[in-house]
Each structure stands twice: as C-alpha cells, then as structure tokens.
Design a protein. Structure first.
Length: 660
C-alpha cells in the first residue's frame, strides 16, 4: 500500500520530536485514506474470475502537460472455464464537478486474431463478446485500443501537475485505481506473469515504469518511446508509469553471489533538487544488503530496484521502483526508503490476498523500517521506536477493531489504512512474535514464507504466515493469533515481586484488559527486569498463562527494584511493577506447616536456602529434639506450645507451633 513513513527521526536523544513525528505520520496516513476513498466501491469483481492473465503488452501515449491518455492494451489469457465473453475492469464514471474528468475513457476498438469484436460498457466494466466459445484451458489474446481522460478521485490514480514549472505525470493505482487509466483485472486473485510497457512521450522527458528499460526510440516527430520489460508476476495495482524531465542517478545493490553478483538501483529525481536527493538515497544499498542478509535475496534481482520522485505526499511500493515524496529540500527520509523497500519482499513478492490481510503488507513494511533503526542506530533507538508505536496503538478508540478485518470493515478505506492498527499494531504484533519465538525461529519462518512456492510471487493470507511460523518453531500460535490478530485490546499488567531469600525473588503477575478488549486473558511471555543497589540487573521472561501466576527466580544479587517491558517488546499500557520488600526478610521467607500439627511438622524455604539445624524447645525452654531435615516427626511430643529454632544459610530465626 501507499506508504506513510516520511521524515522519521526516532533517536532517543531527540524524544521531544516524538509528538510532532506522530502528527506528521498521521497526516500522511489521512492523505493515503483520501487517495483511495472514491475507489473502494468495488472490492471484487466475480465477472473476471473465469480467466487467468498471463501477459500484458501496455502501450501508452501521454504528455505530462495534458490530462489525457491514449493506449493499446494487448492481453494474453487462459480460460479457467468455458467462456463466451471476457470482462475487464475499466472505469467510465465521470466526475461532472471537475472539468478534468468531463471526457471519459472511450474504447475505440477491441480485436482478436485481427478481427473486430463486439463490446459493451458499464460504469466499471468492459464486456467483450468472443467470436466463439473459448474452452477451459485454451489461451487467447485480445487487443483493446482506447483514449480519453481517466476518471478518478484526483488523488493519485492518474495525475498531471508540475514541479518547479515543469509538467509531470504519474500513476498510483492502489487499491482500485488501475481501472481508471487502463483495462485490467485488478482483484487480488490474479498476478500477470510478465509485462512489457511502452511509453510514448515528448522527447524532452524521461519515462519510468516497472522492470528494466529495454530501449528508448526516437520517433522522429518530437516524441520518444521507452520500453520496459518486467518478467516477474505482478498485480495490476503495482503497475506504474511516470513522465517528466527526470535526472537519473545510478547505484549498485546486492550482497553479490556467483549467480547474480549485483543489480542496479536506478533513481529518477527532479533536477532542481537532485543534489539533496542523491545525498538522501546514499543508505539505499546498505539497507537492501541488510534485508538480503536477514530474509532472502532481493526478489527482483534480475531487474532493478529504484526510486521515482513524485509529489503525492508519501510513498508507493510499485514493483522494482518505489514512487517517493521528498521533503521541501528534495530529500527522502531513511525510514521512507526502508519502508517502501521492505514492501518489495512483503507486499510485492508476497502480496496480501485480500484487503482484510493488509497488515501482511503494511505491518511488515513498518516493522522492517524499525529493524533498520535497530541495525544502524542501535538498541536504544529501536526501543524508542517501539515505544512510539505502542503509544499510538494504545490511544484512541480504533482498538475496538481487530487487526484482521471483517468483510464490512474491508469496505472502509479509513479502516484498511488505519495508522494505529494496520501499520503500528501490525508491526508490533510481528515484534511480539519475534520475542515469543526467538530470532532463529522467527526469521527462519519468514524466509520459508517468502520462499513458499504457493506464496512466492503470489498472494498470501494470515493463516499462511501463522503456519510457517509454527512449522519453523514447533510452537502452536493459535492462542496468540486469536488474541492479537483476531481479538481486540491489550493487557494491563500489575507485577509485584518479593525477595524470599538473598538470592531468590517471587514475582506475581496479574493482568486486566483494556477498554474494548474481546480477549479474556492474553497469554504472553512477560519481560521483567530485577535491579540491585550496585547497578546490577537481571532480565527474565515469564511464561504468563494464568492470572495471579507466581514465579520464583534466582537472582545473583539482592533485588532492590523491578521494571516491566523495559525493551518495549509487548503491547501494554498503564502497567505497574513494584518490589514489596527491597531487602530479604528471613522470617517471611520461611514457613512451617501444618500448624497445629499432630504428627509431622514441615519446613518450607526457598530452594537456594540451606537448613543447617532445627531445634525444638518446650514451654520451659528445654530442648526436646534437634534435626537436620525439613520434615520433623513430632508425634512423640506432648500436646502443647513449642518453639522451633531454625539455623539456615541466611541466618537464625524462631517460630512457634502447637502439638495437638
């Protein structure tokens, strides 16, 4: 999806910036919602389910100075059932309030095997009548020629504007904008195996699209045709085009292997801010190398990666070339670069299979940008970033909705692109999975997910991710996903600790739920840190499965303090952690039972404590027995009150008991 990361500087030393950053990110999220708001009326189109697109040849003639497109789309497809018609998504709805959209897209002809075909139009479909019934499994090719002013909301599907007085054109089709400017199949159920894109535009401009530029041909009439080929599977919403007087700056990416040593990083930038832009993309090779080292090789290594400047207000992860908004000085933020690049793995190679699963795109890209902070800036900066996300997640009323949306919620663009949930909660859920499973299992599960032949260069749903993480770790995640993905709310912890010896502490974990929570209890590993008076600390992860659960932990010092979630590994708010006794109280650490007793007196003490002797005295102060065991037979004693003197490795204490 369109990105909302712009100008993040989440370094802990600059915590005063956090509020301003949050507001800037939310502003960008709101812009993203608007860009799609008029394109959410169609979520799926069953009329296009009867065929599989295998190839598009896309030929576009445009001029950034004019709001218009002339196109010829040649589509090769395979019938999935016997079919007498073939349907494409193509918008013919006009916005009469905007003169830009006074003329709709007009289809001039449809041809198959050099013969004209009959067709009809609806508001959102092009319905083509085939000359004969095409049988299941048979392939065919249709050629559609059209021209006009693309309909749309005006926020991004097809835009002409200017930068520094120079015309610029760009497209941004997510989620349902592709049908505004070319006849396509845009549901999340079919990826095109490969595309060739030919962009004819005035020769003073450079054109941009997916894949590798094959040629730039001068047509001798003041125009040039630029040909791009993309040989990987791609959904319609990630196919793109941009045209202006771009300056091109090349970098090199990839860790390097014998089979595919390196690949180009191609940057298309506005000339007036090229110097600033070039400086800002300097981290790109290091980030892409980092992602390759953690996950799998860059998914489109045989082609390119790159950035294309546009002025929409965020970023868009078009396959092999992310469209990027620069700041007022012409630079991209590192977080925007990291976020959009992360989508090449999570969103472009493996794409969410429905808008209900959008967190598989956005949550991952957000978390990968946070991982970049951890890798390049250190743990303190990473903790600050997670803290910022938790603050956003636990604010507002949108927590009443789960991360995984209902069918109705998936019709609401505001919910799909909800900044707290889709982006931040999605990212923190991934962090909690990493925390729960450990780095080895977590990242192996993600590599398996990205390499799964059923998912790679295809579509995935939330259960697919769960299955791969479970297979890699051997741990059932049903409870976790029920709580954090399909449930709502978050836990509020009350943690108390009590020193039961000089080297042991009892920690009690209680939990309540936030407003709007549908989860009765969040089973989670709970991170607790015990501290000592000399600056010592020891971290513990407590497997909290029940309320009021107690844990006795060994401590290499006398605990004087306790903190919860110090590394911000789990989502929580208003939680407290207190130490009920800063030192060790020997009397409270040792108990005897039952009391009164008839036959046996048991001594309970921490495992780390040693019992040296237990002497029993009667009411007259006479010693009537001495033992070195924790289970003392007292049946031979007369009924009455006795005192037991316990000599332990931690000191001496006295307790009274009654023999009956």
């Amino acid at each position: 999806m369109k990105r909302i990361y712009l100008m993040l500087l989440l370094i802990p030393f600059f915590s005063v910036l956090t509020h301003a950053q949050n507001k800037a990110l939310e502003k960008l999220a709101n812009a993203e919602m608007k860009s799609a708001s008029k394109r959410m009326s169609v979520v799926t189109n069953p009329d296009t389910y009867n065929y599989d697109v295998t190839y598009h040849k896309l030929e576009f003639t445009v001029d950034p100075a004019e709001y218009n497109i002339s196109g010829k789309v040649t589509t090769t497809y395979t019938a999935l059932e016997n079919m007498s018609t073939i349907v494409f998504d193509l918008n013919s709805i006009t916005d009469n309030q905007d003169p830009n959209f006074a003329d709709q897209i007009v289809v001039n002809s449809v041809r198959k095997n050099n013969a004209d075909l009959a067709f009809t139009r609806t508001d959102t479909e092009l319905i083509i009548t085939l000359p004969t019934t095409q049988n299941t499994g048979a392939s065919g090719t249709v050629e559609i020629t059209y021209a006009g002013k693309p309909a749309g909301s005006g926020f991004g599907s097809f835009i002409t504007t200017d930068h520094n007085g120079t015309p610029v054109l760009w497209t941004l089709s997510e989620p349902f904008g592709a049908r505004d400017w070319w006849p396509c199949k845009q549901d999340l159920n079919d990826k095109v195996d490969s595309i060739d894109v030919y962009i004819t535009a005035p020769e003073i401009y450079n054109a941009v699209s997916n894949g590798i530029q094959q040629s730039r041909t001068n047509n001798g009439n003041g125009t040039v045709t630029t040909h791009f080929h993309h040989g990987y599977a791609i959904p319609a919403y990630l196919i793109c085009m941009a045209v202006t007087n771009y300056q091109i700056y090349n970098q090199q990416g990839g860790l390097g292997t014998a089979q595919s040593p390196f690949f180009p990083i191609v940057n298309y930038m506005y000339p007036e801010t090229a110097a600033q832009n070039i400086a800002s993309v300097a981290p790109t090779p290091d980030i892409i190398n980092f992602y390759e080292s953690v996950f799998v090789p860059y998914p489109f290594r045989n082609e390119k990666y790159g950035h294309c400047q546009f002025d929409w207000g965020g970023g868009m992860e078009h396959t092999t070339v992310s469209f990027m908004t620069a700041d007022q000085d012409g630079a991209y933020s590192r977080e925007l670069i990291a976020h959009e690049m992360g989508h090449q793995w999570f969103g472009d190679k493996v794409t969410c299979g429905s808008w209900k699963d959008i967190w598989l795109n956005e949550g991952f890209a957000t978390y990968l940008a946070s991982m970049v902070i951890q890798h390049f800036d250190g743990e303190a900066a990473f903790i600050a970033d997670k803290s910022n996300m938790i603050s956003l997640i636990t604010s507002g009323q949108t927590l009443n909705s789960p991360l995984y949306m209902s069918d109705d919620e998936a019709l609401d663009v505001g919910r799909i692109f909800d900044f707290r949930l889709t982006y931040n909660k999605g990212a923190m859920v991934l962090n909690m999975l990493r925390f729960k499973l450990g780095d080895t299992n977590f990242f192996q599960g993600l590599r398996n997910y990205l390499n799964d032949p059923a998912l790679a260069y295809g579509y995935a749903h939330t259960p697919d991710l769960q299955a791969h993480l479970e297979a890699a770790s051997g741990i059932s995640l049903t409870e976790f996903f029920n709580d954090w993905v399909y449930g709502t709310g978050y836990p509020i912890y009350t943690i108390t600790s009590h020193n039961i010896s000089a080297t042991q502490t009892r920690i009690t974990v209680n939990q309540s739920q936030s407003f709007g929570a549908t989860v009765s209890f969040f089973e989670m590993p709970v991170p607790v840190r015990l501290t000592g008076s000399g600056g010592q600390f020891q971290d513990y992860v407590l497997d909290n499965t029940t309320n009021g659960q107690q844990f006795i932990v060994n401590v290499p010092f006398t605990a004087t303090g306790v903190t919860f979630n110090i590394k911000k590994d789990i989502i929580s708010k208003n939680s407290t952690a207190t130490l009920s006794n800063a030192g060790f109280e020997l009397d409270s650490a040792v108990s005897i039972y039952p009391n009164p007793t008839a036959s046996l007196l048991n001594i309970e003490m921490p495992e780390a404590m040693t019992l040296k002797s237990a002497a029993i005295y009667n009411a007259l102060g006479q010693k009537v027995g001495e033992y070195q065991t924790r289970n003392i037979p007292v049946s031979v004693l007369s009924d009455g009150m006795y005192t037991i003197e316990l000599l332990t490795s931690e000191g001496r204490l006295h307790k009274k008991f009654i023999k009956k």
